[in-house]
Design a protein around this ligand. Structure first.
Ligand code: HPA
Length: 277
C-alpha cells in the first residue's frame, strides 16, 4: 500500500510541481461550484492518478485540482468529489487520497460534506462547523498493518478538529454575516438514509448532524498529524423530523441553493489559511 501511495504522490508532484501546497480541501456532494470562484491552475481526474480510487456516484465529480486564491495567487489543493464506503470501496481505498496528501506534505485539511440535521432546530440550507464526530461506521480505516511512516499505531483523537480552525471558521462566518451552527457529525455507512429511531438515537448520543463520509478521512488525517477543520452543509432535516421522505435529489437541490453561501465561507477560510502560509 505504501508503494501505491508513493506512486500516486510522485505522479501528482510530477504533474503539479515539487512545491505541493500545504493546504487541501475536500468538497462534499453537490458543493462542487466553489472551484469556479478560485483560479484553477491544473487538474487531474482521479482516473489519471496511479492507484487512486474513482467514484461511481452521479454528481460526485472526481478530480484533484491545483487551485490558487484569486487575490494572493497562493496555491492549495481541492479534492472535488470523494469515494464513499457505501460504494463498496474498502476503507483503505476511501482514505487513499488523504494518505496521499500526507505523503505530499499537506499539513492542513478542510473537510466538507452534505449532512442531515439531527438537531431538530437545524433547517435545510444551514451550515455547521464540525466540532467533533461520532464514528458510527462500525469499522476504522486504521485497522490492519500500521503505516509507521504516516503515524503511530494508537493515534490520539482528543482534538479531531482543531480548536484554532473551529474558531477561525466561526470568525470568518461572523465577518461575512453567514449564520453558522456548531455540532457533532455522526458518520454512518449508508447508503440507506436513517430511520426516525436512528436519528433519535444519534441525537441522544450527542450528534447534531449525520452523513455518510468524512469520519474515515478525518481519522486518517489525525493519524498523519494534520490539522483538520470541517464544515457540514445541512441538506435536509433528519429522518422523522420532517414530513418529507429523503432522497439524493433533495440533497442535490439543497446544495445548489446553498452553494453561493458555502463558496463565500470557503473563500474566507482559504484566504485566512493562505495568509498564514
Ligand atoms: N442522512 C445521512 N446522510 C446524509 C443525509 C441524511 O439525512 N443528508 C445528506 N447526507
Amino acid at each position: 500500500m505504501i508503494e501505491k501511495l508513493q506512486a500516486a504522490a510522485a505522479f501528482v508532484k510530477q504533474q503539479f510541481g515539487e512545491d505541493v501546497p500545504k493546504l487541501a480541501l475536500i468538497l462534499g456532494s453537490g458543493l462542487g461550484s466553489f472551484p469556479a470562484t478560485v483560479d484553477i491552475v491544473a487538474e487531474l481526474p482521479y482516473s489519471s492518478i496511479p492507484n487512486h480510487p474513482v467514484s461511481t456516484v452521479v454528481g460526485h465529480e472526481g478530480k484533484l485540482l491545483l487551485a490558487a486564491d484569486k487575490k494572493s495567487g497562493k496555491r492549495f489543493l481541492i479534492m472535488q468529489g470523494r469515494v464513499h464506503f457505501y460504494e463498496g470501496y474498502s476503507m483503505s481505498e476511501v482514505v487513499f487520497p488523504v494518505r496521499m496528501f500526507a505523503l505530499l506534505g499537506v499539513k492542513t485539511l478542510i473537510v466538507t460534506n452534505a449532512a442531515g440535521g439531527v438537531n431538530p432546530s437545524f433547517e435545510a440550507g444551514e451550515l455547521m462547523v464540525i466540532e467533533d464526530h461520532l464514528n458510527m461506521m462500525g469499522t476504522n480505516p486504521l485497522i490492519g498493518v500500521n503505516f509507521q511512516e504516516l503515524g503511530t499505531r494508537f493515534p490520539d483523537m482528543s482534538i479531531p478538529y482543531s480548536k484554532r480552525l473551529i474558531d477561525m471558521i466561526r470568525s470568518v462566518a461572523m465577518k461575512s454575516d453567514i449564520s453558522l451552527r456548531s455540532g457533532v457529525y455522526a458518520g454512518m455507512t449508508g447508503p440507506s438514509f436513517e430511520t426516525p429511531s436512528e436519528i433519535k438515537m444519534l441525537g441522544i448520543l450527542g450528534a447534531s448532524a449525520v452523513g455518510m463520509s468524512t469520519v474515515p478521512e478525518v481519522i486518517v488525517a489525525n493519524h498523519a498529524g494534520m490539522e483538520v477543520g470541517g464544515v457540514s452543509f445541512i441538506s435536509n432535516k433528519g429522518s422523522g423530523l420532517s414530513d418529507n421522505p429523503l432522497s439524493h435529489e433533495e440533497v442535490g437541490l439543497a446544495a445548489k441553493e446553498v452553494e453561493p453561501l458555502f463558496a463565500h465561507l470557503m473563500n474566507g477560510i482559504v484566504t485566512v489559511l493562505l495568509e498564514e502560509d
